[in-house]
Design a protein around this ligand. Sequence first.
Ligand code: SF4
Ligand code: SF4
Length: 254
Amino acid sequence: MDKDIKEFPEGLVPLGKNEFNFDCHPDVPCFTNCCKKVELILYPYDVIRLKNALKIDSEKFIHEHVNVIKGNNPYFPSIMLKLGDDEFCPYLEKSGCTVYMDRPSACRTYPLERAVDRTNPKAGRPQDYYFLTNHEYCHGHKESRNFSVKSWLRNQRIDEFNNANDLWTEMDTLFAENPWKGEGVGGPKQQMAFMISYNIDGFRRFCDERQAYKQFKLNKDERRRIDKDDLELQKFGFEWLKLILTGKSSLVAR
Ligand code: SF4
Ligand code: SF4
């Protein structure tokens, strides 16, 4: 077996350059079925996209649209989308997904699943692998449209989500090392980390009130991008967290 795919569980083979058939549209008999009882873990960039699409504050989004749950990380919570009373995703209407352009990473990537290998010394950088899911209920696989992984990623505009999710993975990995020290889970540092990760509007208010940017050497262009763009503010927040939790960061104190 190829050295690169040894690490995946038996039976799971990355698609590589192989192509697959798939399409999802209102005429498939299963249309919207997969938006029922969906267990959708949201990543920080998913929250930014959704709360901006819904034109609501991230604080309201976190209070009203998600449940905070214990996920895979033993030292940091995850968030899961709250479903409606009918057990359907709240963004679903008869016509389909009402947040389609800003739908979360998992909905966007389906029917593929992504795995990232950060340990491959040959590549010297993280390697993406994609696997094809094949749920019996999903008729999309019987459609004639044909994609490679590359054309699917382009078609679904997944790259910008992957780039943002990779930043998050780095933070999530750090949080999994229990960096909260004596404060424990739920202490001020973890609350700050939760705000930066999931409540970006709250973090913006926090920075404005405390004049947080003044602590660091940021040029005009960096400030302008942070002011205009939630993801840029989140990147700043993640670097600040790294400084607080590890002492190492790209931020330079004044
Ligand atoms: S966000 Fe859209 S695609 Fe994803 S589960 Fe909800 S309605 Fe379905
Ligand atoms: S089950 Fe598959 S084809 Fe049907 S709506 Fe969901 S993604 Fe589309």
